[in-house]
Design a protein around this ligand. Sequence first.
Ligand code: AMP
Length: 252
Amino acid sequence: MKILVAVKRVIDHNMRLRVKPDGTGIETTGMRHSMNPFCKNAVEAAVRLKEAGAADEIVAVSIGPDKARETLQTALALGADRALLVQTDEMLETLAIAKLLKAVVEEETPDLVLLGKQAVDDDCNHTGQMLAGLLDWPQASFASAIEPGPDGLVVTREVDYGRSEHFVPLPAVVTADLRLNVPRNVGLPAVMAARKKPLAVRPLSAFGVDTALRLRTERLDPPPERAPGQALETLDALVATVRDLAHGVRAE
Ligand code: AMP
């Protein structure tokens, strides 16, 4: 089985996000970036399938600026065999990303495409579903377990009412939830070895995909400031505070 894993470079989830003063977007300059956490779960899942003998090649793909090479280096250090950067400085919507991934799938012909369930910068949760729709492939989103079977995969999905288990014939698209696994830490030897693995860079224009924007962001506002919390010394003080709040004696 050949696996394609889509990995996105996002502002590191530990950074405090700031809206640009003119409200046109999120401030990205000076922010630490890293691989989207759900994409790390997707790479880890691919590596575990390879370690279990169920996969023989893992190709990591990222669409974004030249700096996304770092994200691909992380994927290679985690265990991907080679990487492809679709290089662009354009702002892309998820439909364009899904169309580009479809073009990569058509060239690479993987049996399985693994993605994160969502990117933590836009929280869209679109790309895997759109890609499966464009390819007309079966999909299992929010995977919390993936077991290889003789003719496909058994995927457990995290759903509101619990877990649901599905047989998914290949080729298929699967998106990773956080509970799928705990991604391994990569040590210096793996980082050094990753530098020797192939990383191809191709411009967005090489894929002939319509990336025209279909949405316009009118304005972005930061969430309203919340009043700071209060530290109370005793349970009695807590009870009195809650009672006063309930009776409107104190402002929240
Ligand atoms: P989203 O639909 O934006 O929440 O992203 C869901 C998943 O799609 C991510 O976890 C990635 O696996 C993949 N994806 C989204 N954007 C990109 C990108 N620019 N490059 C590679 N993969 C991406």
